[in-house]
Design a protein around this ligand. Structure first.
Ligand code: HEC
Ligand code: HEC
Ligand code: HEC
Length: 166
């Protein structure tokens, strides 16, 4: 359903480049274990696709994982306890539904039930964060503020920016 593009960088290297997630903890050896038991977090680009049962209408989505490490890990891995092996977003019982929910919105937001539909989960996370940030950037650019706040060059918000035409 997804594969790791560039590969895996292990904890030692992560410390050297000063990734914000590395906090001095005595038991750090037991954390962030890959399937082979090594201490790894994927630094490369994931290709995110739908669950196997779905034939995608759009191209798959590239997700540069480490470009997002200025956020806390649990911003996205919101069920993670910081200890256990990480689960996929589409793990059974999480965002694994493949049928479009009937009444997905309440007060303009996806309901807890609707967010189990994998597409709404991703759009809710990925797209909404990008959109909020882009709105903020636009407001800032159009304002007369003299603060030195900076924003990323590109923040994909349009369909084709995330699902490129193949
Ligand atoms: C902006 C969202 C986001 C942030 C922030 C983020 N991740 Fe991820 N991470 C993902 C997504 C999406 C995947 C792919 C999950 C999938 O395939 O279901 C992933 C996958 C992973 C995996 C592989 C899990 C597996 O076995 O499939 C690990 C390990 C991981 N992240 C660790 C981290 C750590 C540690 C941090 C904090 C430094 C972090 N992530 C920050 C979104 C994020
Ligand atoms: C909490 C906010 C947040 C979430 C959630 C998030 N992103 Fe991002 N994303 C960013 C920011 C900020 C940048 C710009 C990073 C930079 O320029 O270094 C970015 C950059 C990107 C880029 C690179 C654009 C370029 O310059 O080429 C892609 C692609 C992307 N995100 C895809 C995703 C996908 C797919 C997801 C969901 C799995 C996701 N993002 C979730 C905030 C977020
Ligand atoms: C910030 C990135 C992002 C943006 C912007 C975005 N999507 Fe997605 N979309 C995703 C991710 C991630 C998934 C889940 C992975 C997948 O199924 O391709 C997804 C899934 C989908 C799916 C279900 C899978 C499939 O291909 O059938 C459809 C349909 C879809 N998006 C259409 C759209 C449309 C239409 C727009 C514009 C209105 C849009 N997306 C904008 C990231 C994005």
């Amino acid at each position: 359903m997804r594969k790791i593009g560039i590969g895996i960088l292990c904890l030692l290297t992560v410390i050297m480049i000063g990734s914000p997630f590395v906090v001095a903890q005595d038991d750090s050896e037991t954390k962030y274990q890959g399937s082979d038991g090594a201490l790894c977090i994927p630094m490369g680009t994931f290709t995110i696709g739908p669950p196997e049962a779905v034939t995608p209408l759009r191209s798959l989505v590239d997700f540069p994982h480490s470009r997002h490490f200025s956020y806390s890990c649990t911003k996205c891995h919101h069920k993670w306890d910081g200890e256990s092996k990480l689960k996929n977003c589409t793990t059974s019982g999480c965002h694994d539904q493949v049928n479009v929910p009937e009444k997905p919105l309440k007060d303009g937001k996806y309901t807890a039930e609707a967010i189990k539909y994998y597409k709404y989960a991703y759009h809710n996370q990925c797209r909404d964060c990008h959109r909020d940030l882009k709105n903020k950037k636009d407001r800032f650019t159009n304002s007369t503020s003299t603060s030195d706040q900076t924003f990323p060059e590109t923040i994909p918000t349009g369909c084709v920016e995330c699902h490129p035409k193949s």
